[in-house]
Design a protein around this ligand. Structure first.
Ligand code: PXG
Length: 290
């Protein structure tokens, strides 16, 4: 496996970072998780834009143009003969001192890994997910804005631990006001009386690339779609609930906090969206070879 590190493709065994990298010491950096389908990188411009916005928000100058970053992602996929896979793009603050001062880090490190994807098992897509809401609230926007896809995922990991300790695979995180924000690595949607709702970013959600594409697809299908504040009640009484994310794509939720959603089976609208999304993903993206 070839890993892109600061402009070069190196063997996996040589792809190493310093123990003084502020990404390791403080979670000081940003990242993206991207998919490749059928020889194309999916929603690459959207991921690159979000990466640069995240970097800007933490005052990190990537010192590489978006065009060069786009080419680096494609080149890494080509070097690893990826047709379908998962790409992890990481930008750390770089090597610094043991102190916090990020300005002592001379140069950010840019790392791109293109590998196979680990998916939920097929039966989870067939049956749908059971999830819980957890006590770990989503980071307060004024403390660490959830719109920043930073390397500091402890907030999400603490929520994931609560979910796994409850015997389920995913958690819904609420914001400080008790409103629904998102899942630990996915956005959340609820369908009620034909209206598809997802929380706005200001409620504590990352503006997911899959979320945005799903809203476009739903709109094209003639569904009414909107961003709105949601409480746990809105999830419990929804006709359908699903999660969206780069890794999960669109996955049905059939139970929230022990409340069966709809008839307890993945809903018809969720199924239709899943199929349209997969079709779109198979046929769109930035070509890896030429
Ligand atoms: N919310 C959060 C907190 C995320 O980390 C999403 C929503 C969905 O965004 P996209 O653009 O992917 O539709 C994410 C995505 C993984 C993994 O390997 C995924 C994410 C982060 C870390 C790991 O499953 N993020």
């Amino acid at each position: 496996m070839k890993i892109y590190m600061d402009g070069k493709l190196v063997e996996k065994k040589d792809a190493k970072v310093s123990v003084f990298d502020h990404g390791l010491l403080y979670g000081d950096g940003v990242f993206e998780g991207i998919r490749a389908y059928n020889g194309r990188v999916f929603l690459l411009d959207e991921h690159i834009d979000r990466l640069y916005d995240s970097a800007k928000a933490i005052n990190l100058d990537i010192k590489m143009t978006k065009k060069a970053m786009t080419n680096a992602v494609v080149k890494t996929c080509a070097a690893n003969k990826i047709k379908d896979g998962y790409i992890r793009l990481v930008v750390t603050r770089g090597d610094g001192t043991l102190g916090l001062n990020p300005y002592l880090c001379k140069k950010p490190h840019v790392i791109i890994i293109a590998a196979a994807i680990q998916l939920y098992p097929p039966e989870v897509y067939e049956q749908g997910l059971k999830i819980v809401t957890v006590g770990t609230t989503r980071n307060m926007s004024e403390a660490l804005n959830p719109r920043i896809k930073s390397l500091n995922y402890l907030n999400n990991i603490l929520a994931k631990i609560e979910a796994i300790n409850c015997g389920v695979m995913e958690a819904i995180m609420l914001n400080g006001q008790g409103y629904v924000a998102e899942a630990t690595g996915d956005n959340v949607f609820a369908l009620k009386n034909g209206l598809l709702i997802t929380p706005p970013a200001w409620c504590g959600a990352l503006e997911g690339t899959t979320r945005n594409k799903c809203m476009d697809i739903a709109d094209d299908m003639g569904l009414d779609v909107c961003e709105d504040v949601m409480s746990r009640y809105d999830l419990y009484v929804a006709d359908e609930v699903f999660l969206t994310g780069t890794a999960a794509e669109i996955i049905a939720v059939v139970e929230v906090d022990g409340r069966k959603i709809g008839n307890g089976k993945p809903g018809v609208v969720t199924r239709a969206l899943e199929a349209s999304f997969r079709d779109f993903a198979q046929n769109n993206g930035t070509p890896i070879n030429g």
